[in-house]
Ligand binder design. Structure first.
Ligand SMILES: NC(=O)c1ccc[n+]([C@@H]2O[C@H](COP(=O)([O-])OP(=O)(O)OC[C@H]3O[C@@H](n4cnc5c(N)ncnc54)[C@H](O)[C@@H]3O)[C@@H](O)[C@H]2O)c1
Length: 51
C-alpha cells in the first residue's frame, strides 16, 4: 500500500526532516509539500527530492 501525504511547513526544520525521513523509508509514497517560505523556510532543504 502506498500513501499520498500533504506536509505543511515542509521547508522548515521539522517539516524538511520529516520529508527526508519519509522518503528515505517510504520511497514509493507521494508527498506534496506546502510552505509559505517565511524567514524559517528554505526551499533548498527539499532540493534532493524535487522532480
Ligand atoms: N538546527 C536546529 O536545531 C534547528 C533549526 C530550526 C529550528 N529548530 C527548532 O525547531 C523548532 C521549530 O521547528 P519547525 O519546523 O516547527 O518551525 P520552523 O520555523 O523551522 O518552520 C516552520 C515552517 O512553516 C512555514 N510556514 C509558516 N507559516 C506558514 C503558512 N501559513 N503556510 C505554509 N507554511 C508556513 C515556514 O515557512 C517554515 O518553513 C523550534 O523548537 C526551533 O528552535 C532547530
Amino acid at each position: 500500500m502506498s500513501y499520498r501525504l500533504l506536509v505543511t511547513g515542509s521547508a522548515g526544520f521539522i517539516g524538511a526532516n520529516f520529508v527526508n525521513h519519509w522518503f528515505t523509508n517510504y520511497p514509493n509514497d507521494r508527498v506534496v509539500v506546502l510552505d509559505a517560505l517565511t524567514y524559517a523556510g528554505n526551499r533548498s532543504n527539499l532540493a534532493q527530492w524535487e522532480i
